[in-house]
Design a protein around this ligand. Structure first.
Ligand code: CA
Length: 339
């Protein structure tokens, strides 16, 4: 602990010196520096990936490694593949840059289903959410390439049609369900259209998490600049979760390739107040109705606690009365013996 505190003090000093000596611009005031963390990153050459004990990643399902990419699914029906980090993430502030490629023979809207980037409590699970379990705990970022909701004219509201591929973020608390038929709209925290399929340019996705704020950005049109996709504040993610990427094909298919996933540690200034902020154990988003369930549960347990206390007091009262009666009888018997 003492050692840790020293490191923290030194970091603070270093940051302070940096602020004093560097000309700061308004944009990067918060982010002093970023460091590539190789242990959390997946990049070429993918030496030993998936089979070597020294590799930090595991492969699952149809996922396979080629010299150029990790192919999660081929352009064939009913495939499911994933790649999962073996090391839990304990960094507080980070940025994940994903270089990916989705391509296939199918014409637009005759391809699917998409891929997802994960930071979750569980890893290496099979399931219906882009090749991962449903009711997951943690963060899911989806690149959904097939419009399920718009396909069913009943479920699509007029005027709410979207252009796909659609990138979106969802936070799972272990009970929330991702609904495939509505493309996850009820649980979506933010998102955007990103024409990332069969793109002639390299396509990238960026997720930045710092001070309970998740920023999602995309770069899919070859301009080498990030376009904001979603900005979610008050998002609380516990530490110790695993990065992963997964993809799934059904009746329709695509090649879903990961070229790299690079994780950068962000050095961020924090006020003393922010330093002392309590760590969460279950993911949550402030002011989002779906995450109030828990608070209601807490209220319920408050009511339960009240009744438990009430019945305990009543129980003790009954015991006391019984005790008094027994004592009275005993005293009476003793008096009878003396006379
Ligand atoms: Ca979909």
């Amino acid at each position: 602990m003492f050692h840790l505190k020293n490191i923290r003090e030194l970091t603070c000093l270093f940051v302070t010196v940096c602020i004093l000596t560097s000309p700061s611009s308004a944009d990067d005031q918060d982010f002093m520096e970023d460091f590539l963390k190789r242990e959390y990153s997946l990049a070429k050459p993918y030496r030993g990936l998936g089979f070597s004990s020294s590799s930090q990643w595991d492969l699952m399902g149809t996922a396979m490694v080629t010299p150029d990419h990790v192919r999660l699914t081929p352009d064939l029906q009913s495939r499911q593949g994933a790649v999962w980090s073996r090391i839990p993430l304990f960094l507080q502030d980070w940025e994940l840059k994903v270089h990916f490629k989705i391509h296939g023979q199918g014409k637009k809207n005759f391809n699917g289903d998409g891929m997802a980037i994960w930071l979750t409590k569980d890893r290496m699970q099979n399931g219906p959410v882009f090749g991962n379990m449903n009711q997951f705990t943690g963060l899911g970022i989806f690149v959904d390439t097939y419009p399920n909701a718009d396909k069913n004219h009943d479920s699509a509201q007029p005027g709410t049609q979207r252009t796909f591929p659609y990138v979106s973020a969802m936070l799972g608390n272990g009970t929330l369900l991702y609904d495939h038929d509505s493309d996850g709209r009820p649980t979506e925290l933010g998102g955007c259209t990103a024409m990332a399929r069969n793109a002639i340019y390299d396509t990238f996705l960026l997720a930045r998490y710092s001070k309970n704020r998740l920023t999602l950005m995309v770069d899919v049109d070859g301009k080498q600049e990030w376009k904001e996709c979603a900005d979610i504040t008050g998002l609380r993610l516990p530490r110790g979760y695993f990065f992963g990427a997964s993809a799934v094909t059904g009746d329709l298919s695509d090649n879903h390739d990961i070229i790299s996933m690079k994780l950068y540690q962000l050095t961020v200034q924090r006020s003393a107040e922010e330093e002392e902020e309590e760590e969460v154990t279950i993911p949550s988003v402030d002011n989002v109705e779906q995450f109030r369930v828990e608070i209601q549960e807490e209220e319920m347990s408050g009511v339960q606690f009240f009744f438990t206390l009430l019945f305990s007091i009543l129980g003790l009262g009954v015991l006391a009365v019984v005790g008094l009666v027994v004592y009275g009888r005993w005293k009476e018997n003793r008096r009878k013996r003396f006379y």
